[in-house]
Design a binder for this molecule. Structure first.
Ligand SMILES: CC(C)(COP(=O)(O)OP(=O)(O)OC[C@H]1O[C@@H](n2cnc3c(N)ncnc32)[C@H](O)[C@@H]1OP(=O)(O)O)[C@@H](O)C(=O)NCCC(=O)NCCS
Length: 178
């Protein structure tokens, strides 16, 4: 499979919602992580596309600004790979590239809600054990955190919140456990 990882292009943004619906299902918007990023823009320099030989969008990864208490951090996701191309290493390559770029840009802490077996090889570990909480329901093992700078979590714990300090409530009857 030939692909390249590039900075997200303007034309990718329009294709992203259909790709996310195909990979996560249409009820994805009721997850807790959506309340953290709704209405915000991804972190500048931290939105990536994997594109094919004809420049077509194959996969996407974005990172979002969040806060943990008073500290700045980033939220990884969504990570989505075109269903027919899953299992070919594109997802892992995007995550590696994204984390390396985040580190180079000076980001210190990255949070993800995702499969532990997928993210542990990158160094992610239990966020709950690190004293972090999410503002909504989450399947605890999926809530993970990574220090991009060694020791970055030492003085950081508590509630993960939106970068703009607002609180976006989900409709309680619609909330999905992340
Ligand atoms: C999950 C996803 C992003 C992985 O990307 P990918 O390009 O398919 O995966 P890669 O080829 O990089 O990695 C494949 C490895 O990940 C594992 N893997 C794939 N999806 C997984 C999942 N949901 N949970 C745990 N492991 C998974 C595979 O078993 C494989 O492991 P192996 O190499 O030991 O055999 C992609 O399959 C996808 O978009 N899925 C639907 C959306 C989704 O569930 N996203 C979750 C983001 S938290």
């Amino acid at each position: 499979m030939t692909y390249h990882i590039v900075a997200e292009r303007p034309q990718d943004a329009a294709l992203l919602d259909p790709l996310l619906d195909r990979t996560f299902g249409a009820d994805r918007r009721n997850k807790t992580v959506y309340s953290l990023r709704e209405g915000l823009a991804p972190v500048p320099g931290l939105a990536f596309s994997a594109i094919g030989a004809a420049d077509e969008l194959l996969a996407s990864l974005r990172f979002w600004p969040i806060r943990i208490g008073a500290a700045g951090a980033i939220l990884l996701g969504p990570l989505a790979v075109e269903p027919a191309l899953q299992g070919a290493g594109i997802g892992r390559a995007l995550v590696r590239h994204g984390l390396d770029t985040a580190q180079a840009l000076g980001e210190r802490i990255c949070v993800v809600v995702g499969e532990p077996t997928y993210y542990q090889p990158f160094g992610f570990a239990s966020a709950e054990a690190a004293g972090l909480r999410l503002p909504g329901p989450v399947d605890a093992p999926r809530f993970q955190v990574l220090e991009l700078v060694p020791g970055a979590l030492q003085a950081v714990s508590g509630l993960v919140g939106r970068a703009d300090g607002l609180q976006k409530k989900r409709r309680p009857d619609r909330v999905l456990v992340d």
